[in-house]
Design a protein around this ligand. Structure first.
Ligand SMILES: [Zn+2]
Length: 340
């Protein structure tokens, strides 16, 4: 749909390792001898999920390939830069890119080298294309709390220099939020913004725990809130934004079908919803595809899509003066398209 292509967009939930440009991943995996495949199609089978994906656990297996090539400074910078080049071509005005620094230190890079390579890629893309981005540092749920504390302490020197927030991600079923409470208390005290993956795979109680114990201002996914009116009430009362990722949520079987997707229910309850891609490559998606799905299957109007974009501007981890600039830029294009 042309109008979706042209819309000025913002993206708040995008994993760097799940969004590597496929051709680059192919090139680097072959070059480093990590895969032996005969053609690009065979390669795509390895790195993208299909509709028959059974669970989040199966979905997460797709990340071993990009992570294996994201262990060098030049690759980290290139992958960041190319993602932003591609998003710029889709008229994304602002994006928050998230990654877990310690997953990129397996072959000798330091925490600082990982973070700085991403920040350099972001800076270079801003200069070349004008696209604005910030980084979110991920703590992994399956690691001990001490590892999360390391991410938070080491990352603090980059707050205000491209890093805006911390997140908790990974297997939510076996590693509940409270394990990392000490780390997120520290993050809160240090001035990070906080978003937490919670309620992605059915465990509603992880949502209030993330808000009350980990200081979450935004919740990644939050699907399970639909099962519990009290949780929806809490989200509303605390003005928490949801970062929903419809295509990824369908693939990981967070919901059975798009008809069961609770986005309309959340909007009707007055919750603040944003729509994002999660993993552009692994999920084979884009913001345009996400919006198209909502319009085709859940009868969203273009005005409702514009409302989701405006929610993303409200939810972005940026300063209020920056928010005004972003909103002005987006509104100007929307006005030219006669959408506001
Ligand atoms: Zn995610």
């Amino acid at each position: 749909m042309d109008v979706l292509k042209l819309l000025p967009k913002t993206e708040l939930h995008c994993h760097l390792d799940g969004s590597v440009r496929p051709k680059t991943m192919y090139e680097l995996l072959l070059k480093e001898g990590i895969i032996e495949v005969n053609d690009f199609r065979e390669f795509e089978e390895l790195v993208m999920v299909k509709d028959d994906c059974k669970s989040l656990i199966e979905y997460l297996k797709k990340f071993q390939y990009p992570l294996s090539i994201m262990q060098k400074k030049e690759n980290m910078e290139r992958i960041t830069y190319e993602l932003l080049e591609d998003l710029n071509a889709q008229n994304v005005k602002y994006v928050e890119i998230r990654f877990a620094p310690y997953l990129h230190t397996k072959e000798g890079l330091s925490f600082e080298e990982v973070v700085e390579s991403v920040l350099v890629g972001m800076e270079r893309a801003k200069k070349d294309f004008g696209i604005w981005s910030n980084a979110v540092l991920i703590c992994m749920r399956n690691e001990r709390v001490e590892e999360s504390i390391k991410v938070i302490k080491n990352g603090a020197k980059y707050i205000g220099k491209g890093v805006v927030a911390v997140d908790l991600a990974g297997n939510e079923q076996d590693f509940p939020p409270e394990i990392h409470q000490k780390a997120f208390n520290l993050a809160y005290d240090m001035g990070y913004n906080i978003t937490i993956h919670a309620g992605e795979t059915g465990i509603a109680e992880n949502i209030p725990k993330s808000i009350e114990l980990l200081h979450a201002q935004r919740i990644g996914h939050g699907i399970a809130a639909a099962k519990d009116p009290k949780v929806m009430e809490l989200l509303k009362e605390k003005n928490i934004f949801l970062e929903m990722c419809p295509i990824s949520n369908l693939q990981t079987k967070s919901v059975k079908s798009i008809e069961d997707y609770p986005i309309r229910k959340f909007l009707a309850k007055g919750l603040k919803v944003t729509v994002n891609t999660d993993n552009i490559t692994v999920s084979n998606t884009s913001l345009e595809r996400e919006y198209q799905l909502l319009m085709e299957k859940l009868d969203f109007t273009i005005e409702e899509v514009v409302g989701l974009i405006q929610n993303s501007i409200d939810a972005a981890f940026i300063k209020d003066n920056e928010r005004d600039i972003l909103r002005k830029k987006v509104d100007e294009e929307l006005r030219n398209m006669e959408l506001i």
